[in-house]
Design a protein around this ligand. Sequence first.
Ligand SMILES: [Fe+2]
Ligand SMILES: [Fe+2]
Length: 156
Amino acid sequence: MPGAADAPPREPKDVIEHILERYHAVHRRELAELCPLARKVEGVHAAHPQRPVGIAALLTQMRAELEHHMMREEQMLFPTMLAGGGCTFATRRMRHEHDEHVEQLKALAQLTNDFTPPEDACRSWRALYEGCAKLAADLAAHIELENEVLFPAFEA
Ligand SMILES: [Fe+2]
Ligand SMILES: [Fe+2]
């Protein structure tokens, strides 16, 4: 559906398809680029007073935890939903993990001065913060779509 960014579909089957394409696949692709980029920026600018200390470790942790979370949605939760099953217990756990992702996004914003590079930042550093800001916006929208639209349709 064109222009679906601000008007995501409401039918569970379509919502799930949208989530997989627009969020799960995109997070995977972008985190695979952001993790090595973060390692590079931290390494090259080790002496810079405004360097984002620990950003590579944080992104690597987020990548691992998101991967695990998305896999469980893809392999267990979404198939159960598509089969018409009740999911209250599973969605409660997923909501709890979403809260943890939100905490990690807060840490990422704090570490990057709200995704604002210093004046003298190089291109890689700017690209890293731009990519992190995009990831943060996408992940927040992804969580909102699951918490507010998809999950409630399957909770008692
Ligand atoms: Fe998801
Ligand atoms: Fe999720």
